[in-house]
Design a protein around this ligand. Structure first.
Ligand code: GLN
Length: 455
């Protein structure tokens, strides 16, 4: 804990931590020491972790990267963080992220972007990815031993790929969403971001639990994920989806994808060509469904109940208060999503957009069901269409450019399946590239074991 706190002090330039909690960390570390001395330790006891800002931690600023939650200190604890503290983990602070987890570069954050510890040509500063960019940067720079992330459309897996770390998005319902500030409730899922697959297995085991406070969280026993890591994948059938070989994909990314398949084959798996025919509709469906749910979830930020309230003028009524607060409190990307969301949910357009997107979502899910029914155990694909790129290079006037970065990740959230991103090598610029494995529902143990082979 002390060495992490020192490392954090020396890493201001990464802007990974939004709020630090050194006193809390030292106190929790002392309690962990006592637990270890008493022989009452779990594998997470005394492990210093960072928490994405979107998780409510009692008494600690929790803003989800948004100005509208300035000054908000929750009176309650998210189930995930409560589980981590119960296991003995140590809280280092809150990690930077895109505002309300909307973004793929960490540049929509009210704290300014987190910075990737990897550098581009001539030392240029790169994005750590997003929305869990602070988590990825902190883990990659050894500021913590693990971090929590959330993944609504790739926000754990893409930043892991951009920083050479491991990121696991569990099956929808494996981890409780209670106390996690909502973006798109039918897609959001929390998971671990770590240096190694083994650490991800340990951390997921501590984060997951049944939870009566989240009706979508399943009441299944949490397996010993670490014990499942045998490295034996003989006879497993791994699918390579041809639809993920998109136009304009860099040849070296294709080569690393090939290398990943070879590693699995060398370990005794069978590599099978598969088809997920509705893949190309995933991105448009996601960018209807996620904003629709977000527009509803974000209606609660009205200047009355949480955080920021605009300064009002004489004669302003309650509507002025709502409007001014929301105009000041939400950044441009969040405002855009609210507008898209309310539009696709409005009476005249609901069937044309939202309902159609829901049907597409069902077809995407069916593609995966079909492949798993045919005996495929996991699917191997790139985690992102590029390696990390320079901060500031996405044209602010063209948000679709940023959305396109999610082309390989959103399918999994629409289908509710588990996925893990693992670093497999470096590109010609010396930057890390990640591959992801998709697994069957609630088979995270098997998925982690397969991922071990790619490490
Ligand atoms: N980049 C995607 C978005 O902006 C995914 C974000 C996420 O997974 N939270 O919606």
């Amino acid at each position: 804990t002390d060495s992490c706190l020192t490392a954090i002090e020396g890493a201001n330039a990464l802007n990974a931590f939004a709020h630090r909690t050194p006193d809390m960390a030292r106190e929790m570390a002392r309690a962990a020491d006592a637990r270890i001395a008493a022989g009452d330790a779990s594998p997470m006891t005394g492990i210093p972790v960072g928490i994405k800002d979107v998780f409510c931690v009692k008494g600690v600023p929790s803003q989800a990267g948004s100005r509208i939650l300035q000054g908000f200190k929750p009176e309650y604890e998210s189930t995930v963080t409560r589980n981590l503290w119960t296991a003995g983990a140590v809280m280092l602070g809150k990690l930077n992220q895109d505002e309300f987890a909307m973004g793929s570069t960490n540049e929509t954050s009210c704290y300014g972007p987190a910075v990737n510890p990897w550098r581009g040509a001539e030392g240029v500063r790169l994005t750590p990815g997003g929305s869990s960019g602070g988590s990825a940067a902190a883990v990659a720079a050894d500021l913590c031993l693990g971090a929590t992330g959330t993944d609504t459309g790739g926000s754990i897996r893409q930043p892991a790929a951009f920083t050479g770390t491991v990121g696991l998005k569990p099956t929808y319902g494996r981890v409780s969403r209670w106390g996690v500030i909502a973006y798109a409730s039918s897609l959001d899922q929390a998971g671990p971001m770590t240096r190694t697959v083994r650490d991800a297995a340990i951390m997921l085991g501590a984060m997951a639990s049944a939870d009566p406070q989240d009706s979508t969280c399943v009441d299944l026993p949490v397996p010993d994920f670490e014990a499942a890591l045998t490295g034996d994948i003989r006879g497993k059938r791994i699918g390579i989806p041809r639809e993920y070989r998109v136009d304009g994909m860099p040849a070296e990314l294709d080569a690393l994808w090939h290398k990943g398949a070879e590693m699995l084959r060398d370990a005794g798996a069978e590599i099978v060509d598969i088809s997920l025919p509705h893949t190309k509709y995933a991105l448009p469906a996601y960018y209807v469904i996620a904003p629709a749910e977000a527009s509803s979830n974000l209606a609660r930020y009205d200047g009355v109940r949480y955080g920021h309230r605009a300064r009002l003028s004489q004669g302003d009524g309650i509507t002025d208060m709502y409007e001014k607060t929301r105009a000041e409190g939400f950044g441009p990307e969040v405002q855009r999503r609210i507008m898209i969301g309310t539009y696709v949910l409005s009476a005249g357009f609901y069937d044309a957009y939202y309902n159609r997107a829901r049907k597409v979502r069902a077809l995407i899910k069916r593609d995966f069901d079909q492949v798993f029914d045919d005996g495929i155990d996991a699917i191997l694909a790139p985690a992102a269409p590029t390696a990390a790129f320079p901060l500031g290079s996405v044209d602010k006037g063209d948000p679709v450019q940023m959305y396109l970065n999610d082309v390989f990740t959103v399918t999994l959230n629409l289908a509710g399946l588990p996925g893990i991103s693992v670093p497999v090598g470096l590109d010609s610029q010396g930057l890390p590239v990640g591959l992801q494995l998709f697994g069957r529902p609630f088979q995270e143990a098997e998925l982690l074991n397969q991922a071990l082979v790619l490490e």
